[in-house]
Ligand binder design. Structure first.
Ligand code: HEM
Ligand SMILES: *[C@@H]1O[C@H](CO)[C@@H](O)[C@H](O)[C@H]1NC(C)=O
Ligand SMILES: *[C@@H]1O[C@H](CO)[C@@H](O)[C@H](O)[C@H]1NC(C)=O
Ligand SMILES: *[C@@H]1O[C@H](CO)[C@@H](O)[C@H](O)[C@H]1NC(C)=O
Length: 495
C-alpha cells in the first residue's frame, strides 16, 4: 500500500472520528435523526436536488416527524398537515422573525434592522391590505392597461397573430405594472425609461437568489454583487423623490427610514429593493403558471372567460376591445372560477418552506398522544408542497383542475386527510406570523392580468413543444420558475 493512500486513509478516519464527536445524537422523545454521511453538508445536496421527493422518501421510512441535518442545521420536518395547527399556533416558542432577520439583510445588502424599525416596518405591511388595497388595485389596473396597450395592442399589426415567449410576456408586463403601482412614475412621464435593463438586472440577481439565501457570500458569486449594487442604486432617495404617484406603502417606508440617522442612503435604497423582490419575485412566476395552465386547458380558459363576461354583463359594463377596462376590488372578489384557477396553479407551483426557530428547550405537543422534544435553536419546518401534492387530499394531484376549489358554483373549503377536515389545505403564502402581507394584492394583480389577457386576446400554445416543467432550484423558497420558456400566440379579440 502506498504511503499516500495510507495517509489519506488516516486522514479520513480522523475526519470521521471528529464528526462522530461533534455530531448530534438522538435523545429520548426526539424524532428520528437523519444525518447523512457527509459532515456539515449532511443531507443538503440530496435535499437540494428534489426536496419534495426527498421528504416523501423519508416520510415513508421514518413517519410524519423526523429531523434532517441540512448544512449545519438540524431541521425537524412536520409532514402530517393535521399537525400543522399545533406548530402554527406556537408563535411564542417557535419564532419566525429571528430567522428572517438574519437572512434578509445578507441577501439584499442592508444592515441588521434594529427592533424599533423592524416593528414599524411590520406595521407598514397593513398598507398592503384593507382600504389601501383598493387604491393599490385601482392603480394596478390602470398600469396594466397602460403597459398592455402600449406594448401589445397597438400598431398596424393589431389584427394578426403574434408569437411570443410566455414567461417573458408575463414578466415584462407584470414587472413594470407592479413597479409603477408601488414606486410611482417619473414626473412628466407615464413610464420609466430603462425598464427592460432594470428587469434584466433583476433576473440576473434573482437567478442567484437561492444561493444567497443559502448563505453563500455574495463576493463568491461573480458579478452578483455589482448587479445588486446597481439595482439598489435605482432606489436612492434623490431618485425616488422625483417620482410621483408613489404608493402610500412605499412613501410610508421612505418616511420611516428618514427617522433613522444610522441608515445611509444606500441602506434605505436596499430596503426598497428588497420590497421590489418581495413584490415580483413570486408573483411573476405565479402569473406565468396561471396563464400556462389556462392556455393549455382551453375548456378551463373558456369557463373563466365566461365568468368574467357574465360579471361585466351583470354589472352593466359594455365591454369593447377599443375601450379600457376597469375592474375594482369588489368585482375581482366575485370571480371565483378565476380565483380557483389561480389557487390551483399556486397549489401546483409553490414550494415555500415555513421555518420556525425554537426559542427554548421544550416539549412540543403535537396531538393527544404525541409530544416532541425540541432543543433551543432547532429549526422546525413545514413543507406545504407535500400537502399540496398529497393524493389523499387532492385526487390526481398532478393535474390542473380549474374547479378544484369550487363546489356548486361556490367556494369549496373542506378538504380531508384520514377522514379529518384540514384547517390548512393551501399554503402558498406561508402561515401564522410569517404569512405574506402582500397576498391579497398578489392575488388581485394576477386576477387583473388574467382578466385583461382573456378579455382582450385569443391565446394558443404553439405546437410541437413539450410540456412545461419546473426548475427545482427554488424549492423551499417560493414559486418555482419554469425550466424553459413556452412559446405561444396571441391576437386581439374583436368584440
Ligand atoms: C404569488 C405571489 C406571492 C407569494 C407566493 C408570496 C409568498 C410569501 C411567503 C411564503 C412569505 C413568507 C416567507 C417565510 O415564511 O419565510 C412572504 C413574505 C412576504 N411577502 Fe409575499 N408572496 C407573494 C407576493 C407578494 C407581494 C405582491 C408582496 C408585496 C407587494 C409581498 C410582500 C411580502 C413581504 C413584505 C414579506 C415579508 C413579511 C415579513 O417579513 O413578515 N409578497 N411572501
Ligand atoms: C390607507 O389607509 C389609511 C387607514 O385606513 C387611510 O387613512 C389612508 O387614507 C389610506 N391611504 C390610501 C392611499 O388609500
Ligand atoms: C395617480 O394615482 C391616482 C390614484 O391612484 C390616479 O387617479 C391618477 O390618475 C394618477 N396620476 C397619474 C399622473 O397617473
Ligand atoms: C384561494 O386561496 C386562499 C388562501 O391562499 C383562500 O383564502 C381563498 O379562499 C381561496 N379561494 C378559492 C376560490 O378557493
Amino acid at each position: 500500500m502506498s504511503a499516500l493512500l495510507l495517509l489519506l486513509l488516516g486522514l479520513l478516519s480522523l475526519f470521521f472520528f471528529f464528526c462522530l464527536l461533534r455530531g448530534r445524537n438522538r435523545r429520548d422523545g426526539e424524532p428520528p435523526l437523519i444525518k447523512g454521511w457527509i459532515p456539515f453538508i449532511g443531507k443538503a445536496l440530496e435535499f437540494g436536488q428534489d426536496a419534495h421527493k426527498f421528504l416523501e422518501k423519508h416520510k415513508r421510512k421514518y413517519g410524519d416527524v423526523f429531523t434532517v441535518h441540512l448544512a449545519g442545521k438540524y431541521m425537524t420536518f412536520i409532514m402530517d398537515p393535521l399537525l400543522y395547527p399545533s406548530i402554527i399556533k406556537h408563535g411564542r416558542q417557535l419564532d419566525f422573525h429571528e430567522f428572517a432577520a438574519k437572512v434578509a439583510p445578507v441577501t439584499f445588502g442592508y444592515p441588521f434592522v434594529v427592533p424599533a424599525l423592524q416593528e414599524q416596518i411590520h406595521r407598514s405591511f397593513k398598507l398592503l391590505q384593507g382600504d389601501n388595497l383598493s387604491t393599490l388595485t385601482e392603480s394596478m389596473m390602470g398600469n396594466l392597461m397602460l403597459v398592455l396597450r402600449q406594448d401589445h395592442m397597438g400598431g398596424e399589426r393589431g389584427g394578426g397573430w403574434r408569437s411570443a415567449s410566455m414567461y417573458d410576456f408575463c414578466n415584462s408586463v407584470m414587472f413594470e405594472a407592479t413597479f409603477l403601482t408601488m414606486y410611482g412614475r417619473p414626473a412628466g412621464a407615464s413610464r420609466h425609461s430603462g425598464m427592460s435593463a432594470l428587469r434584466d438586472d433583476f433576473v440576473r440577481f434573482d437567478n442567484m437568489f437561492p444561493l444567497l439565501i443559502a448563505g453563500i457570500p455574495v463576493w463568491l458569486l461573480g458579478r452578483t454583487k455589482a448587479v445588486r449594487d446597481k439595482l439598489i442604486g435605482y432606489f436612492l432617495p434623490h431618485r425616488m423623490s422625483c417620482w410621483s404617484n408613489t404608493s402610500e406603502f412605499i412613501r410610508t417606508r421612505s418616511g420611516l427610514f428618514e427617522q433613522y440617522d444610522a441608515l445611509r442612503d444606500v441602506d434605505k435604497a436596499a430596503h426598497h429593493f428588497a420590497i421590489l423582490w418581495a413584490s415580483v419575485g413570486n408573483t411573476i412566476p405565479a402569473t406565468f403558471w396561471a396563464v400556462y395552465y389556462l392556455v393549455s386547458h382551453p375548456a378551463a380558459l373558456q369557463r373563466v372567460r365566461q365568468e368574467i363576461h357574465d360579471l361585466l354583463r351583470l354589472d352593466g359594463v359594455e365591454f369593447s376591445s377599443d375601450a379600457d377596462l376597469a375592474l375594482d376590488r369588489e368585482q375581482l372578489e366575485k370571480l371565483v372560477y378565476l380565483e380557483s384557477a389561480i389557487n390551483e396553479s399556486l397549489r401546483l407551483s409553490s414550494a415555500s418552506m415555513n421555518i420556525r426557530v425554537a426559542q427554548e428547550d421544550f416539549s412540543l405537543r403535537l396531538d393527544a398522544e404525541r409530544s416532541l422534544g425540541v432543543r433551543k435553536g432547532d429549526f422546525i419546518a413545514l413543507y406545504p408542497q407535500s400537502m399540496h401534492l398529497d393524493p389523499d387530499i387532492y385526487a390526481q394531484p398532478q393535474s390542473f383542475r380549474v374547479d378544484r376549489y369550487i363546489r356548486d358554483g361556490r367556494l369549496k373549503t373542506d378538504f380531508y386527510k384520514d377522514g379529518q377536515k384540514l384547517k390548512y389545505y393551501l399554503m402558498p403564502f406561508g402561515s401564522g406570523s410569517s404569512m405574506c402581507p402582500g397576498r391579497y394584492f398578489a392575488v388581485n394583480e394576477i386576477k387583473q392580468f388574467l382578466c385583461l389577457l382573456l378579455l382582450y386576446f385569443d391565446l394558443q400554445l404553439e405546437e410541437d413543444q413539450s410540456r412545461a416543467t419546473q426548475d427545482l432550484s427554488r424549492a423551499g423558497l417560493g414559486v418555482m420558475l419554469p425550466a424553459a420558456d413556452v412559446r405561444f400566440r396571441y391576437k386581439l379579440r374583436t368584440v
